[in-house]
Design a protein around this ligand. Sequence first.
Ligand code: DX5
Ligand code: ZN
Length: 221
Amino acid sequence: MIQVAPSILAAHFLQLQKDVDIVNEHADIFHLDIMDGTFVPNISFGFPVVEAIAGQAQKPLDVHLMIVHPEKYVERFAKAGAQMISFHYEAAKEGSAALLKTIQGLGVKAGIVINPDCPVQAIFPLLPMVDYVLIMSVFAGFGGQKFIPESLERIHAVRTELDRLGRPEVPIEVDGGIGPANAREIVRAGAGILVAGSSVFKAQDPAAAILAMQQADKMAE
Ligand code: DX5
Ligand code: ZN
């Protein structure tokens, strides 16, 4: 089954309860984008928002850290209620393996993220230990960007390597510019979790958009 993780970055912050209810009722995972204005040129939200959502969430919280020094903050995000935490390979570099272990030691699933300009081979040494991989299909930092088509080959390459390692159960999450119109090709390339911000919260019918993506693997040719 394809899981859909709506990105709260695109939610309506003055009616957050309503958008949280949409995720609880129709989607699979809450995707929470944490930006620090340094690793990426944008600032999003922090602990108070994550804690408030955790208090209402009936689905797992997936925290995507777009920050420098992610190792300083993973424990606090785990305490705030995250069940999944990912950080950028570009931010942790040679500290990535140790940080994945730290996150797992907190009882949280650990994911590694790469931007579109990071060669996929850079994270191959980490694939035996990750709980999931997050492949950015736009450059991290802003919602509402266009899906980069070359991402499909990158997803396929990581999927192939995970399968070669005997880890078919490890999902690939893909983030950026995803909606019902391109979900199928992304799933065919090997994605198991689709992050979607604008295409869910700016849709006339968010539930229908989520359902279409959840069924992306069942769409006819
Ligand atoms: C971008 C974020 C994404 C973003 C996706 O840096 O990581 O999660 O919110 O938004 P859409 O689906 O609008 O591209
Ligand atoms: Zn994200």
